[in-house]
Design a protein around this ligand. Structure first.
Ligand code: FAD
Ligand code: UDP
Length: 436
């Protein structure tokens, strides 16, 4: 390890939402020399409990989200490595974590996670660990007092303006009649007004984006709004990928299976810095925020945060689709009703509201040129850090969806395997490509 990090702190305890306390004694207090021990008190039904000593591993994986779990599983099952996965949260699955709430309804703790991909290798990989429930996501936006489909499509404009555009050609001609000419598409305002004009931009995009990012669309890369590109057809599905489904038993159950390999030890509620100098390892895989890893020495990379307000309501269903967006009303951006995603039958229903925040847990890299430039400085440092690999949405500062992180993780595993076999591999090679 080339990186010098603070030595382990003393005893600490965290209490998980599941009611379990995770206690990590300091090595001195435990009298255990170089290894340490985790004691789990109480049941944490969704965790992967591993009690016992870890006397040294081949690889320390920081983060039990998609990036960390997939790389750990590959290293354990394909390369025979002993892997220790730690996460400072008290659960696995990172931002995709789901659990039963107090009403017994399966909810996504960190907002709605809908799986979609066109990458066969990603589907093949994850299908080893889960069955799937077919699900095609639909989103409605509350605009002018009505619920209208997004992304903007022929269906949207027909409903909004009472038009009867009969086909794609008619819709394309209508979009062309309202579009604003833009010589070069440079940002997220350009990409929308150049296709569908200013009126639709202002109804559906401008205010939602300002609320979500704290920035005007003109201050964000075009890639942000390219995620929900307008359509001339009346396909009202949110995603058009060839594979759209939810893990049948939920994300956390899938992660428990991914991490269930005998070569993998999982420690939850543990920051990796507590393990440095305590658990010997040869290679590190880091999936947390890259600026934090390097002590923010070039300054803080902006990550957008969210506050989640979960509620259970005494009705069977509260909205017609899983997600309703509120571009122009309320402080929250959207409300998600989970039973649409999971298919769960229950007399009550649970929803989550998302309130964008400038501070708090890092959820979104903020795609704009100055942030990409700052990230590149950290990436250069990362490339010079021996035996350490960076992967995932926070560590490579990419606005990746789950399938893209899985694709990246499979690629990074290949790089680690090559490096371990004595062949040179840059710790960041391929990391900024989406290799589904
Ligand atoms: P994470 O899931 O963030 O995992 C990183 C882990 O590292 C975290 O658990 C963190 O606690 C841990 N960690 C960080 N630092 C340390 C440390 N010092 N020590 C120990 N552990 C540490 N994608 C989709 O495909 N479809 C969707 O519908 C979708 N919806 C989303 C909705 C929201 C609100 C958000 C925020 C994201 C959404 N995503 C969606 C994106 C998806 O969450 C990510 O692509 C994916 O979870 C990223 O996985 P990861 O492993 O890179 O990061
Ligand atoms: N967006 C918008 N209006 C909407 C939905 C999305 O302006 O009704 C913009 C907004 O800037 C958002 C981006 O499109 O951040 C990407 O939307 P997506 O649903 O992919 O966001 P995520 O699910 O990642 O939060």
């Amino acid at each position: 390890m080339g990186e010098v990090l603070p030595s382990p702190v003393g005893p600490r305890a965290t209490t998980s939402p599941g009611g379990g306390a995770v206690v990590l004694p300091s090595p001195a207090a435990a009298g255990e020399g170089p290894s340490t021990r985790i004691t789990r008190v109480g049941a944490v039904p969704w965790s992967v409990p591993r009690v016992g000593q870890v006397r040294g591993v081949d690889v320390l994986v920081v983060g039990a989200g998609f990036a960390g779990a997939v790389i750990a599983e590959r290293l354990a099952s394909q390369a025979g490595k002993r892997v220790l996965v730690c996460d400072r949260r008290p659960h696995v699955a990172g931002n995709a974590h789901d659990h039963l709430d107090e009403a017994g309804i399966l909810v996504h703790q960190y907002g709605p996670h809908i799986f979609h991909t066109s990458a066969a290798r990603v589907v093949a990989y994850l299908s080893q660990f889960t069955e799937w429930r077919p699900y095609e996501h639909r989103v409605l936006a509350q605009v002018d007092g009505r619920l209208l489909p997004v992304p903007i499509s022929r269906a949207t404009v027909n409903q909004l303006y009472g038009l009867e555009l009969p086909d794609e050609a008619a819709c394309a001609a209508w979009f062309a009649s309202v579009a604003e000419p833009v010589a070069q598409v440079r940002n997220s305002e350009d990409i929308v007004v150049s296709k569908v004009g200013r009126a639709l931009y202002e109804k559906f995009v401008r205010n939602y984006t300002r609320k979500q990012w704290g920035l005007d669309p003109s201050e964000l890369d075009a890639s942000v709004l390219a995620r929900i590109a307008p359509r001339t057809n009346d396909d009202v599905r949110y995603f058009t990928d060839s594979f759209q489904a939810m893990p049948r038993d939920g994300y956390t159950a899938m992660f428990e299976r991914i991490l269930a390999h005998p070569n993998i030890t999982v420690r939850l509620g543990v920051d990796y810095r507590e393990l440095i100098g305590v658990v010997p390892f040869q290679t590190m895989v880091y999936t947390g925020p890259i600026d934090e890893f390097f002590g923010m020495q070039f300054g803080k990379l902006p990550y957008r945060s969210l506050e989640f307000r979960h509620e259970t309501l005494p009705v069977d269903r509260v909205q017609p689709v899983a997600v309703v967006n509120f571009p122009n009303d309320h402080d929250y951006t959207r409300r998600t009703e989970f039973k649409h995603l999971t298919g769960q039958a229950h007399a009550r229903t649970s929803v989550v509201y998302e309130f964008p925040r400038a501070t708090g847990d890092p959820y979104y890299p903020v795609p704009r040129p100055e942030n990409a430039a700052l990230y590149r400085k950290y990436r250069e440092l990362a490339q010079q850090t021996p035996d350490t690999f960076f992967a995932g949405r926070l560590a490579t500062y990419q606005y990746y969806d789950m399938h893209q992180v899985v694709g990246q993780a499979l690629t990074v595993f290949g790089e680690i395997a090559m490096a371990r076999a004595g062949r040179p591999a840059s710790p960041l090679a391929g990391r900024d490509r989406v290799l589904g």
